[in-house]
Design a protein around this ligand. Sequence first.
Ligand SMILES: [Zn+2]
Length: 253
Amino acid sequence: MPILEKLAQPSQARHWTDSIPLEYHYTAGVAGEEFRRELRDNGRFLVSKCSKCKNTYIPARMYCPDCFIEMKDQFPIDMPGYVYSFTSVNRNRSGSDTDSPIMVCLVKFEGVKGGIVHLINMDDPNRVSIGMKVTPSLRNQSERTGAITDIIAFIPISTGPSKVTSGEGKAKTQDAEAGKIQARSLLHSIEESGYPIEVDEMTISSLRSKIGKGELLTREEDRLLRGLGDKAREWRKAVKSSSETEPDDTLSG
Ligand SMILES: [Zn+2]
């Protein structure tokens, strides 16, 4: 049938099957990329603050949805989130039943608009409650790619105001467990950063041994570890920015 031939009868129509290769690229946008970079490099959530209405948004975004102005103030937050809502999913993407229910939650942060939808990891899904405080459990830094799956899941650090079944003992154990996980991941990122730890070798080795044995850090040790984490982070940033500027210097010099 020539291409311009008109059909007089619907029955004259023919069809054939083939495929057209299509590729999609989704960009996270300027602020979205910053958010992902901060998550990948420092394991923290980046937020944007509006200079006019003073609202803060997670994930970081470029424009304030209320004031329509650019938000130039971006900073990472370092606080636990809380379960704003949750549901359990019993089927996977292909529609077949999962072995056990998968808990999904919307996590919000005090004083911050927006939130993050992700998995919540609990031994007993019946104990998830609104308001429960959670912290992200992240992949090791070397495995992070800047995807939202760099977060393995959120894990509870204590039960929130609406706790029903969990006793105080259980909540304390969860706190301790979350603390140990955080300490382990922080120590790992310090060791990976290349930060010269010689000066703090005594502190580091005592922390390493406690964390290795799965012991809980004291408040003072926790403070030391966090301090070292900050130093390592600064170190990584400095190394990165000097490696970025070096080629230019060489050319101009
Ligand atoms: Zn605003």
